[in-house]
Every structure is written in C-alpha cells, then in structure tokens.
Design a protein around this ligand. Structure first.
Ligand code: MEV
Length: 394
C-alpha cells in the first residue's frame, strides 16, 4: 500500500464503534478472513476449557474472562491492521483507535524492531580475579557458544540460537555472563533459562568460581522496538496543540512522578495486545520500566517534537520480548484467534504492532490531557460502569 492511501484505509473503519458487537465481529471476520473456529473463540463465554486452564497453571478452578475489543485505524509500516485488545479499563480501546487515526493522517506508524535476542544471565560468585576471568571468557566464548547451540539444534535450524556470550563485572568478586540468544518467534524464556543452567557449571569450573543465579533478564535491551509517526498539525487542531503535546511530554521526561503515569498510559495500549495474544505482559512491563530508568532517572519512554512544518513527530522505544509460537500463544483458543486477526504475525511484526498501539495510546492521552482534559471522554464510559456497579450491588 502506498503511504498516501493510509488515510482512506483508516477511514474505512469509521463508525466501527457504532456497530453492534455482532456486526463488529462480522466486519473483522470478513476483513481478516477468519475461520469459523477462530470466530467462535472470540465470542465464546469461556473459550478456555477448564481442562486446558488446569494444564496451564496449578490449582486451576476456571478461567477469568476480560472484555475483548478491536482497535481500528492502525496502519503499521504501510499495512492496515485491526488490533485485538483484552482489557477492563474504559476508554483504552477508544483512545488507541483515536491515536491510530491521528497517526494515519500522517501515513501511519513506521517501526524498527531488533532481532529477537533475549539475554540470559549466569551469575558467578567468588571470582578472585575478575579481569583474568573476563579474558578466560574471551578465549572460551566460541567453544561455549558452539556447545550450547548443539543442545538447541531445532532452534538453530530455524535461524535462531546463541549469538554470543558477554561478561560483566557487577560488584566485588562477581562476574555475570550474558548469553545472547536469538529465540526467533518464541518469547524464549524456557530455552534461555535451560541454556543458562547448562553453561553455569562449565563456566564456573573454567573460572574457579561458584555458581549463583541462572535466569533470563527482562531488561531485554537487545530486542528494542521503536514506532514513530508524524501527525499533521491540522489533524490536531493547529500548531498550538502540537506545542502543548510536546510540553506535556517534556513534563514526563523531567519528572518521574509524571513519567510513571505517562508510561502507564503507553502500557495501557501494549498490555491488552499482549494479553489478547497470550504473551507475558509482566515481562514487557518489567522491561519497559527498567529501560525507562536506564539513565539513572525514570523518564518517559517517548519523545515528541514539532518538525520544520510545525507537524508533530512522535516516537516510542522500549524492549519488546514477545512471541507468536510457544507458551500459550497457540494453545489458548482466543489467543490463537487474535493472532489470526493480526494475520498470524511473526514475533517482530507483533512487536511492531504492539509498540505502535502503545504510541497511539500515549498520543491520544497527551492530546486530551494537554487540551480539554482526560475526564470528559473518560467519564462518559466510566459513568456507565458506575451505573452497572450500582445495579449489581443494589
Ligand atoms: C489512565 O489509565 C492513563 C493516563 O493517566 C495516562 C497519562 O496520564 O498519560 C490517562
């Protein structure tokens, strides 16, 4: 699709919110060529049978449904996408759609996503000479990587595998090895943890050290995802509105109290996509917050500026450890159907979509906050919830 077509693609979804749930589903199913089975999984009162739930977790008694909705108007790297979101909070889906529509007015989101390289940590303690130990790691690296890759032949055959091993001195007498593992379309937690446990005794013996912890790091800064968009000033109501949004972002860059709320709003967009696709949203949350504090002060994950024409240019970068195979992504019937709605993306495309929706959400929030305030739009839906709660407790 050409860039200038994205606005008309976005417009094709105008009025989606006015349809009935049944009509919305029919529209999405038709648009994404959804199978009858997947379609049923999106609406079943409990698409997760108890037997399956009991295979996922211990002590299961049932499942916990959340509202499932679709954000519309998103155009990611030139391709329109309807985005499933599982979330209980009012106005999140509306805000994501609104932000995506604003971005579509400037051609949609452009993304850059790293290869899916996860970090596994092996902590080695009681290292007498850390500098010498680092040199030993340098000499052994190639052999250790080759040996580890032999144990994950199928992942290597799919183009993944251990890429390298880095050594970091952390505190007195402690050396931490970072295994950099390309896990392809799997989130990869289990395989990375297994590799850490395999390497630890070998490395400890070579370095005369004691084995400490062996576990992946959620500060997944080798797998960053960035979304950018340009919103014409006209679409925002003029240059003053652009300046107000830039100033709102500046507040969140300067003040950790504001940054926490600002980044929560970004995750309001991302988490529901991760929940809907069966991903570990806690891992992405942990990575996002650690990354936001990487310079020593907790800051906004976004940057905003006005370009030479006075249009708004927005960008969001964060670690995005997601998968589209393994875990429950294909086992949970609703997650499987949501991935089908997204066109069965690989992990990098899912990361691109999730980071774009995070930026869409933040853009909509900043527009409201720096303009008429958040409560007007938010409270309309919230009032419905309050009325519902009153009825239930009466
Ligand atoms: C509410 O869940 C999220 C917001 O507070 C985000 C923000 O303040 O940027 C509206």
């Amino acid at each position: 699709m050409r860039r200038d077509e994205s606005v008309s693609v976005a417009d094709a979804w105008s009025g989606f919110h006015r349809l009935t749930p049944e009509q919305r589903l029919a529209r999405v199913a038709e648009h994404t060529k959804l199978s009858a089975g997947d379609r049923a999984s999106l609406t079943a009162a409990s698409a997760l049978p108890r037997e399956l739930a009991a295979q996922f977790v211990e002590n299961a008694v049932g499942s916990f449904p959340l509202p499932l909705a679709f954000a519309v108007h998103a155009v990611v790297d030139g391709t329109p996408v309807v985005v499933p979101m599982a979330v209980e909070e009012s106005s999140v889906v509306a805000a994501a759609s609104h932000g995506a529509k604003l971005a579509a007015a400037g051609g949609g989101f452009r993304t850059k996503v790293d290869d899916p390289v996860t970090i596994g940590q092996v902590e080695l303690r009681s290292v007498r000479d850390v500098a010498a130990a680092k040199r030993t790691v340098g000499r052994q690296r190639k052999a250790w990587v080759a040996d580890l890759n032999k144990s994950i032949a199928s992942m290597v055959a799919r183009g993944g595998g251990v890429r390298s091993i880095e050594a970091r001195a952390v505190g007195k007498g402690r050396l931490v090895l970072h295994l950099l593992v390309d896990t392809r379309d799997a989130m990869g937690a289990n395989v990375v943890n297994t590799l850490c446990e395999r390497l630890a005794p070998v490395a400890a013996e070579a370095l005369g050290a004691k084995v400490g912890l062996r576990i992946l790091s959620n500060l997944a800064d080798h797998r960053l995802a960035t979304a950018t968009c340009r919103v014409p000033a006209k679409a925002l109501g003029g240059r003053e509105a652009v300046r107000a949004i830039v100033a709102a972002n500046r507040f969140a860059l300067d003040d950790p109290y504001r940054a926490a709320t600002h980044n929560k709003g970004i995750l309001n967009g991302i988490d529901p996509v991760l929940v809907a696709t069966g991903n570990d949203w806690r891992a992405v949350e942990a990575g996002a917050h650690a990354y936001a504090a990487r310079a020593g002060q907790y800051r906004a994950l976004t940057t905003y500026k006005a370009d030479a024409k006075g249009d708004l240019v927005a960008s969001l970068t964060l670690p995005m450890a997601v998968g589209t195979v393994g875990g429950v992504t294909r086992l949970h019937p609703t997650a499987k159907a949501c991935l089908a709605v997204l066109g069965n993306p690989d992990a990098k495309r899912l990361a691109a979509i999730a980071v774009s929706i995070g930026l869409a959400q933040n853009l909509a929030a900043l527009k409201a906050l720096s303009g008429e305030g958040i409560q007007k739009g938010h409270m309309a839906l919230h009032a419905t919830n309050l009325a519902l709660a009153k009825r239930k407790t009466a």
